[in-house]
Design a protein around this ligand. Structure first.
Ligand code: TYD
Ligand code: MG
Length: 453
């Protein structure tokens, strides 16, 4: 009989019966891998032996309302966690290799240990001595964190069973292997199986578990995507290699708001929290130059000001270049199309470069107007007023839509010394924070009033 094989996408975890170059579910290339864990044995049919238990919803009222939380004392981290680490929760911290995940988690482990939690840090990538050396570099060598260099899941569970920690850090989930699964560590079935066992163990014992996962674009090692569904909280640690800023972003959180960010700076002694990111992101800004715009953004619950830069130059190529860092390329194309068709500002024959300064990645559509302003400013070679911040969403018709948290944005801008805001019409009753509000109805009106075009 032919061997029963299944294939899984290492990005999204979708299963398929045959191999193909591209995943049908998520569209990723080269991400389908053979998956022994899913190959089916003899199939059981019919009902199970035991009846699953269901209880009336009203009965739950007797249970405690919220599981307890422990704070690390690092505000940037606690906020991203939704107000501290929830007891018995499972977390995934993903990020590119070398971005600083191990550093962040060792520092967090030490903080939680100091605040009374029993913490075990299990490293599958470094020896105990290496972790200790890192701890010394971070000034944490006296911290009451327990270390273990292990990769076998069975041994790890035995360790955890004896040590009964409140928090366990697994660095990284891709190095762990379970002897019940045949494939190599890092394969989708291993990652999935280990994450599942760890999460189940954690929930049963009321222990929190933090799993580190490397993200690789090639899909050579299983991306931690398959784990995202299993855990309560998914955090991504982002940043550009050349920049010292690192951003911890919650993309999923059962215990708090998603899309919250914490900002850190990588120093010679580990990660330091950045309490006022707006000031930091704007600190490198020089005199107002054409193509430079200050965008008043919001990340999660907190306003963040940053600089958006554009460069528009005649293109030597038959197909002009469009290059974007820190913003969505598709959205840039849309804004350029609206500028061309509704405002008569064409970009034919011009190369366009757009950059969000400081290594920040912006996702909100509220940056549309700031991007448009940077593009027109670069194209017309006209700087915008130095004291103004810009925000607003652009619709395909060229109309400007109001955005959420307008007051928060204005307050933050005022705090940093800006005096005016170019924006869509503010919702009724908006407090202007003493700013001069230049409210615009549509993009064409904006281009005309600001650039006199
Ligand atoms: P690391 O935490 O090992 O990254 P990851 O676990 O995500 O792979 O951090 C790697 C980088 O961080 C490394 O290039 C050195 C730098 N680093 C500092 O700049 N300062 C420090 O105090 C430490 C510990 C690391
Ligand atoms: Mg590491």
């Amino acid at each position: 009989m032919a061997k029963d094989l299944t294939f899984t996408c290492s990005d999204c975890g979708a299963a398929s019966a045959k191999w193909s170059g591209r995943c049908d579910a998520c569209g990723a290339w080269n991400s389908i891998v053979e998956d022994a864990g899913l190959s089916s044995g003899p199939k059981k049919q019919g009902l199970g032996k035991h009846r699953g238990k269901s209880i009336p919803l009203t009965d739950l009222a007797t249970q405690e309302a919220e599981p307890p939380r422990t704070q690390s004392g690092v505000t940037e981290l606690d906020r991203v966690l939704g107000g501290g680490l929830t007891k018995g929760s499972a977390l995934l911290v993903g990020g590119d290799p070398g971005i600083g995940k191990s550093t962040l988690l060792l520092q967090a482990a030490a903080r939680f240990a100091r605040n009374g939690l029993r913490v075990v840090y299990i490293s599958g990538e470094e020896s105990n001595a290496q972790v200790q050396m890192r701890a010394r570099r971070l000034g944490l060598e006296k911290s009451p964190v327990r270390l273990a260099a292990e990769t076998n899941l069975r041994d790890i569970l035995t360790t955890l069973d004896q040590d009964t920690p409140d928090l366990c850090v697994i660095d990284s989930i891709q190095t762990m292997w379970s002897d019940t699964v045949e494939s190599a560590p890092g394969s989708v079935s291993q990652v999935r199986s280990c994450a599942h066992e760890l999460t189940t163990f954690a929930k049963k014992r009321g222990m929190s578990v933090v799993m580190v996962g490397h993200v690789t674009k090639e899909g050579a090692i299983a991306g931690p995507r398959v784990v995202e569904h299993m855990v309560d909280t998914v955090l991504y640690f982002e940043g550009e290699r050349g920049h010292q800023f690192r951003i911890l972003r919650s993309v999923k959180n059962r215990f708090g708001p998603a899309d919250e960010i914490g900002v850190f700076e990588m120093t010679g002694k580990g990660l330091a929290e950045v309490k006022n990111p707006s000031a930091l992101f704007l600190s490198e800004r020089g005199e107002p130059a054409p193509g430079s715009v200050v965008f008043a953004g919001v990340e999660g619950t907190r306003p963040v000001l940053c600089e958006i830069q554009a460069l528009v130059a005649p293109s030597p190529h038959s197909q002009p270049r469009r290059s974007v860092v820190g913003w969505d390329g598709g959205r840039l194309a849309m804004i350029m199309a609206v500028l061309e068709s509704r405002c008569d500002v064409p970009f034919t024959g011009l190369d366009v470069y757009l950059n969000v300064a400081g290594g920040l990645r912006i996702n909100e559509p509220a940056a549309d107007l700031a991007v448009a302003a940077a593009l027109v400013s670069a194209r017309e070679d006209a700087a915008l007023p130095k004291e103004a911040v810009i925000f607003g969403e652009i619709s395909l018709s060229g109309a400007l839509r109001p955005v959420i948290q307008t007051e928060n944005r204005l307050k933050e801008a005022q705090k940093l010394g800006f005096t005016s805001a170019i924006m869509p019409r503010a919702p009724k009753g908006t407090q202007g924070a003493g700013m001069d509000l230049r409210e615009m109805q549509d993009l064409a009106g904006f281009v005309e009033q600001v650039f006199g075009a």
